[in-house]
Design a protein around this ligand. Structure first.
Ligand code: AMP
Ligand code: MG
Length: 404
């Protein structure tokens, strides 16, 4: 029988481990199923088909300002007002040399005119308008087809539909949209000390919170959470729940992946012929994080400490889930901020520590008792992300920041 492989696979740096996740899941070429939704329900989902412009955008040259449509070549000067175009009205006039047409934002620019002068920059006297300054040809006019030509690809499949994408689909008249089905993500917490939420824990027990934080993270990442019953630290129970979990599109286990005597998750996974892609990453919290594949399903063995589970999900499992959900390029939003006070660390690990970004944009780590301190995480609004090779940061120095 295969044995646990803890420590047998080379420990990877954070970025190498993340690349490994992306490469393995991409290589599996798993195509999610598709469903059709009314546009109002498609926000946050992933587009499953390309979207094309149904006509030129704009379909006619459009004024971007309220003002007067003229020929740039005639500027500056005094012009005769020969008509008016409102937004939503077909154009019924044209502009000859020395003439101007009053025009509103969103209205089509009449033939003959090439430029719009803002109402704020002119003086009107009866049917005359005085324009004191020259303007570049085309100013304040959005030419026909400038935003998109008819037939142009405007959204690629694999795009998450945020509000701008929804607006674009609405503008091309797509009342219904093909999106990928949400991946089903099994969540399996392990640990003899765990009881379910309804239970009154004994002093030596705790309630299972990881299944719930993971379910919230899964939902936010576009998956559908399937919470399995807690597995005791016992091989047969763990195996039968893993078998159930492997039926889903992705399996997340929490706990049981460290070096303890009753950490049986890897052994249980091996009995399914699991391929372990990594089982240790140079990060803190979350060092014993496991990633692999069994029966064609990817799984993560997330270390059970609540912060470890949360961080490993955000930096590794979310990428896998997004790829399985059809997202083409899962992003990791790590940016930078200045430290409010000096920061020191032991080198060797990329740290993801709960921290607060204040109103001035300065970053302060939140005091915590370690990766079991859930309350400290709720006081953080971001994670500080350290460079594993840098032992000291001065106050005011830039350091990595990741959204929480
Ligand atoms: P483990 O990774 O199994 O060694 O667990 C590490 C720590 O996380 C222990 O203190 C566990 O009690 C705690 N822990 C494990 N699973 C959970 C869970 N589902 N909810 C809350 N805490 C947990
Ligand atoms: Mg445990």
């Amino acid at each position: 029988m295969a044995t646990a492989t803890l420590g047998n696979v080379e420990a990877l740096s954070f970025l190498k481990a993340r690349s490994e996740v992306l490469a393995r899941v991409r290589a599996a070429r798993i195509t999610p199923q598709v469903e059709i939704l009314p546009l109002e329900q498609a926000g946050g989902r992933v587009l499953a088909e390309p979207a094309f412009a149904d006509r030129d955008y704009p379909p006619e040259p459009r004024s971007m300002r309220d003002g007067f449509a003229v020929r740039a070549a005639d500027l500056p000067g005094t012009f005769t007002i020969v008509g008016e175009v409102r937004a939503g009205q077909p154009v019924n006039c044209r502009v000859e040399p020395g003439e101007a047409v009053e025009i509103m934002t969103g209205a089509s620019v009449p033939d003959g005119a090439d430029t719009v002068v803002m109402i704020e920059h002119v003086t009107v006297n009866g049917d005359q308008v005085e324009i004191p300054k020259a303007l570049e040809m085309g100013a304040n006019v959005n030419p026909q087809g400038r935003d998109a030509m008819a037939g142009a690809l405007i959204l690629n499949p694999g795009t998450r539909l945020g509000y701008a994408e929804i607006a674009l689909l609405a503008s091309i008249g797509q009342a219904e949209v093909s999106v990928y089905k949400r991946p089903r993500v099994a969540i399996l917490a392990t640990g003899d000390e765990l009881v379910e939420l309804e239970a009154e824990p004994e002093p030596h027990q705790i309630r299972n919170s990881n299944s719930w934080s993971l379910a919230a993270q899964v939902m936010r990442a576009g998956g559908e959470a399937v919470i399995l019953p807690v597995a005791a630290d016992e091989l047969e129970t763990t195996k039968s729940l893993i078998a159930e979990g492997l039926e889903c599109d992705l399996l997340l286990l929490s706990g049981g992946v460290s070096a303890g005597k009753y950490d049986l998750v890897e052994t249980a996974l091996q009995s399914f012929g699991a391929q372990m892609h990594f089982d240790r990453v140079l990060i803190q919290p979350g060092q014993p994080c496991v990633f692999g594949q069994a029966r064609g399903t990817f799984f993560f063995g997330l270390p059970g400490n609540p912060a470890s589970t949360m961080v490993c999900f955000e930096i590794f499992a979310r990428a896998a889930l997004e790829l399985l959900g059809g997202i083409v390029e899962p992003a990791l939003a790590v940016t930078g901020a200045r430290l409010k006070a000096p920061f020191r660390q032991k080198t060797g690990l990329t740290r993801f520590l709960p921290a607060r970004l204040d109103a001035e944009g300065l970053l302060t780590p939140v005091g915590w008792s370690g990766s079991g301190d859930i309350a400290a995480l709720t006081r953080a609004n971001v994670y500080l992300v350290s460079d594993p090779e840098k032992p000291e940061y001065a106050a005011g120095e830039w350091i990595g920041v990741m959204a929480r």
